[in-house]
Each structure stands twice: as C-alpha cells, then as structure tokens.
Design a binder for this molecule. Structure first.
Ligand SMILES: Cc1cc2nc3c(=O)[nH]c(=O)nc-3n(C[C@H](O)[C@H](O)[C@H](O)COP(=O)(O)O)c2cc1C
Length: 241
C-alpha cells in the first residue's frame, strides 16, 4: 500500500556527514520523529531506552569533540543520543504489569491473561535481575541448561545477553527516527565513533546507561555524501532457506 513511498524513503536515506547550518531547520520534525521512534518494536515492550535530544550549542560542541571531531557531529543542527537503560527493568516491568491489571479489571482472567501477568511479574525479573555476585547469572545458566535439555528454551543468561537485548531495541528506535527524518525532508548520520566515557559525562548519564549510537541530523549538503552507495551482492547476505 505504501510500498513506493517507503522505497523512496529507504533509497533517499544516506549517511550525510556535512549539514547546511544556514538552511531552515524545523525542530518539530525532530519531535515527530522521536514520537515515531518511541513506537518502534522493542523487547517485551520494556522500553529500556532514552533519547537525548541535544539542541544546546554548547552541549553539541562538547559532543562533537567527544565524537572525535567528526564533521557530521560538528555541523549537525541537532544530535540525538540513543541510550539503553537496562537498570530500569523493574520500574518498566511494574508499569507493564499495572497496565495489564487495569485492562483486566473486573474481568475473569483467561489463561492468556494469567500468562501475560506472569510474563511481567515473574519472567521479566528472571530475565533482567542482576546482582554483583553473579548469583542470578548462575541461576539462569542452570535453568537454561536443564530446561534446554528437553525443550526449546530462551537462552538469556548473562549481562552480555541482556545488553544485546536492550541495544537491539534501541537501534530499531534509531532506525525509525532516521527514516522518519528522511520522510520529513532532512538527513541523518548514525555514529558509533565516539568516546563513550566522555559522552556519558557530558550528558550526566547514570552508570548503568549505555550509548547505542548518536544520530546527527540537519539539512544535508550534497558534498556531505562522501561516496556512492555500495553493498556486497544481495545473494551473499540474503539466505533463502
Ligand atoms: C551503528 C552504526 C555506526 C556508525 N558509525 C558511524 C560513524 O561513527 N561515523 C560515520 O561517519 N558514519 C557512521 N555510520 C554510517 C555508516 O558508515 C553508513 O551507514 C554505511 O557506510 C552505509 O552508508 P549509508 O548509510 O549512506 O547507506 C554508522 C552506521 C551505523 C549503523
């Protein structure tokens, strides 16, 4: 239904590394794009993310330096820092649980309803709880080992698995944001070339927060596209099974 419009957006989006700072820039397009990013699919609807919308010149300048002086960061009108907040799992599991309880108020609970309540009440703590001594990791490892012997089982065990989970969702939000900005007539550049310690300090991020990527945005200049768009042959990466 929207195939040709979507094709156009995907074809038009490029990583643009120089922005025209004299061109008009409508920040409401950023707001709309962030609102759309929030609607991105995310693991268990836990929404363990934050999006720092950096408009202030002095903060942008500090971030540009933390982005190793990359021109995309130096010339962008705004920067969006996509951050994971795994540490918020408890609040967000509770939020989901309360939402479900509200939905189910006065209703006789079906099996599916009970499963949904258990999902946030029991499974999420098991998946996300973390302790400095690794007790939960050991517990998960044992559960996964024994359960996995006889049936397919979700193999989320350690902090690395949890980090992958949160970064996946956050990266999807960044992609929604970038495609939306293209649809709004602007350009973006995702960046992982930054000093994460410095960025955390500039934004005063809590210790548990991790930066997925920083997205520069503005009205791109033609010379901001550094080279033709190339990809290895599709047959190499699309594996039909
Ligand atoms: C996670 C990620 C990190 C990236 N980091 C940088 C970066 O630090 N600096 C940069 O100029 N481009 C960066 N890029 C942009 C890629 O170089 C670019 O997407 C790729 O070359 C394909 O070009 P296209 O986006 O124009 O299709 C990054 C892209 C992604 C997805």
């Amino acid at each position: 239904m929207y195939s040709s419009e979507f094709e156009e957006i995907v074809q038009k989006r490029r990583s643009v590394r120089i922005y025209d700072q004299d061109a008009p820039f409508d920040e409401t397009a950023v707001k709309r794009s962030l609102d759309r990013a929030i609607l991105s699919p995310n693991s268990s609807n836990m929404q363990l993310w934050e999006f720092y919308w950096v408009k202030k010149k002095e903060v942008r300048e500090a971030l540009a330096s933390a982005c190793l002086g990359q021109s995309a960061a130096k010339t962008a009108n705004n920067l969006i820092v996509f951050v994971t907040r795994q540490d918020r799992w408890k609040e967000h599991a509770k939020w989901n649980l309360e939402g479900l309880n509200k939905q189910f108020e006065g209703k006789e609970l079906t099996k599916r309803d009970k499963r949904a309540l258990d999902y946030y009440g029991k499974l999420m703590p098991l998946v996300y709880r973390h302790d400095p001594f690794g007790v939960m990791t050991l517990l998960r490892r044992m559960i996964v080992f024994y359960q996995g012997l006889t049936k397919p089982f979700l193999r989320i065990i350690n902090h690395g698995d949890q980090r992958v989970m949160t970064h996946k969702s956050c990266a999807l939000a960044a992609q929604t944001f970038m495609l939306s900005m293209t649809a709004e007539g602007y350009d973006t550049c995702p960046m992982e070339g930054f000093d994460r310690k410095l960025v955390s300090k500039i934004l005063n991020l809590p210790a548990a927060a991790e930066i997925t990527m920083i997205v520069a945005c503005g009205k791109g200049k033609e010379e901001g596209i550094y080279s033709a768009r190339t990809r290895v042959p599709n047959e190499e990466v699309i594996v039909v099974v």
